[in-house]
Design a protein around this ligand. Structure first.
Ligand code: HEC
Ligand code: HEC
Length: 123
């Protein structure tokens, strides 16, 4: 009886191992990773940002300026560069990256939109 339980447990474990290696295989097929979203007009942020990370960054920008998404984004298409505010925001991102890189170290993130804006559009 005990031996039988071991066999059941072992074969369950084996199938879990096989199944999970299968899912990593399908995930990692090298064919333009289905997992990664394809952003249509991302010029400064990393191209391979996950949806979760993009949301987090956009929330942070909105909070830093005390605005909602529509302050920078035209209705509907988030990849559109129709609004001047979005163009300025992209330049601000370049500037912020340059300040960090030059004075605090690349990717240090020491300076952020919040550092200057602190909840206002025109600090
Ligand atoms: C202060 C301006 C600003 C605010 C506020 C803002 N965004 Fe953005 N967003 C941008 C800029 C600039 C880019 C492009 C960044 C780049 O080119 O690297 C962008 C890119 C995006 C993209 C990628 C679109 C694509 O496919 O090219 C999405 C999605 C997005 N924003 C969603 C949001 C959401 C949702 C909110 C509100 C929670 C928001 N944004 C708030 C400025 C803003
Ligand atoms: C070093 C300080 C500083 C940092 C960092 C900074 N900004 Fe700004 N930003 C300013 C100042 C100052 C103004 C107001 C300029 C004016 O009134 O002409 C401004 C204005 C803006 C505007 C308003 C443009 C308009 O149309 O009126 C947007 C949008 C903006 N910033 C987005 C951002 C975003 C997004 C970030 C982070 C990626 C950021 N800023 C980081 C200083 C900064």
């Amino acid at each position: 009886m005990k031996k039988y339980k071991y066999i059941v447990a072992f074969s369950l474990l084996t199938s879990i191992v096989i199944l999970s290696s299968f899912t990593t295989l399908t995930k990692d097929d090298g064919d333009n990773n289905n997992e990664e979203p394809t952003w249509r007009n991302v010029q400064v942020l990393p191209q391979n940002l996950s949806h979760e990370d993009m949301d987090a960054i956009m929330d942070a920008w909105s909070n830093s300026l005390g605005v909602s998404c529509s302050y920078c984004h035209a209705k509907g298409d988030k990849s559109s560069d129709e609004k001047e505010e979005k163009i300025v925001a992209r330049k601000m991102l370049v500037m912020t990256n340059e300040i960090n890189e030059k004075y605090f170290g690349k990717d240090s993130g020491t300076i952020s939109c919040m550092t200057c804006h602190n909840g206002k559009t025109h600090p």
